[in-house]
Design a protein. Sequence first.
Length: 220
Amino acid sequence: MVLLGETFPNFVAETQLGQINFHDWLGDSWGILFSHPHDFTPVCTTELARVIQLMPEFEKLGVKVIALSCNSVDSHHKWIEDIKAYAETDTKEFPYPIIDDEKRKLATLLGMLDPAEVDSNGVPVTARAVFVIDPAKKMRLSILYPATTGRNFNEILRVLESLQLTEKHKVATPVDWKKGEPVMIQPTVSDDEAKTLFNDIKIVTLPSGKPYLRVVPQPQ
């Protein structure tokens, strides 16, 4: 299992768009790798369709998207027609690669297998993993859902916006934060430094009397 802040493993894999070297494919972009138990399964189809619909949002953030499923490239090609139909898109080219992990090599390497869910052969299937990798190839986010629970890709977009904002500015995003809402100054920033970095600092009064909740408008 890759830990936050560690270099995400490089790998070579076959996809319906051809063979890729993951680090070369990612280049200088942010990336999301998300895994699926099987082709032609209901929840997986809805998820990949939703990603098609959200591709403009990922592109605005400079994020490349790649999926993984425990089936062959040939199976992916056939499944893609169902995914596009569910997404109600008339795009001819599928907008992102789907990795062939029929032998579960990557699922095993990255700790994606869900022992509670097995296929018709009794083999554990891939859980719904989400990995966010930054341009330095470091893992910045890991979420692992069971196979029976579909992901919320609006939340994944929200997290990406937070990661990119806090990478650039010395702020942190509070609970339920959405793009454009106020943020908090990081605890490692001294009051003197905060005054040079931010305008309109609001300190929330708390029973402890400690002035650690320093709220500012979201930096642009």
